[in-house]
Design a protein around this ligand. Structure first.
Ligand SMILES: Cc1cc2nc3c(=O)[nH]c(=O)nc-3n(C[C@H](O)[C@H](O)[C@H](O)COP(=O)(O)O)c2cc1C
Length: 133
């Protein structure tokens, strides 16, 4: 397996914070969604909006060629019970497989209310124990 990248979209900064923690932990490159490049594995990280996948991540998956890539998927949302995360993660799983990728694993974490950014210690705790290599 080659060099890892964490690919993320973030409006208010919580998902960016989670992506930074993961990239540091893995020695991976941090890539904003619009500049996603040829790396393997990929960690896709995006907030849940209105109980759905994020339009920015959906747009990326519309045009992504993920053949031969292992893809891990992270959702960030305000709801501490992670409502709708299962449906959203299943949606992304299907999209990744349609694009030719293999899903390595998924994780749903709590970020913050809209307009707020979660504190880094809380993000670190939420990501604790996620085995992504
Ligand atoms: C337009 C919009 C819709 C949202 N819808 C939901 C939702 O359905 N469920 C939820 O738990 N959080 C929802 N949120 C909250 C975000 O998922 C949460 O603030 C997350 O931490 C944002 O990540 P970011 O800081 O990386 O942008 C919504 C936020 C916005 C801006």
């Amino acid at each position: 397996m080659g060099h890892a990248a964490v690919v993320f979209f973030s409006r208010d900064g919580s998902t960016k914070r989670a992506a930074e923690v993961l990239a540091n932990r893995m020695g991976a490159t941090l890539v904003e969604l619009h500049e996603a490049q040829a790396s393997n594995p990929l960690i896709l990280a995006a907030p849940i909006w209105a109980g759905n996948g994020n339009p920015a991540m959906n747009g990326f998956l519309d045009q992504a060629d993920l053949r031969g890539k292992t893809v891990h998927i992270l959702t960030v949302q305000a709801d501490p019970d992670h409502g709708s995360s299962k449906a959203v993660l299943d949606h992304y799983r299907r999209r990744v497989v349609e694009a030719g990728g293999t899903v390595g694993g998924t994780r749903a974490i709590t970020g913050a209310s809209p307009g707020k950014t979660a504190e880094e210690p809380a993000i670190r705790d939420a990501l604790e124990g996620w085995e992504i290599g």
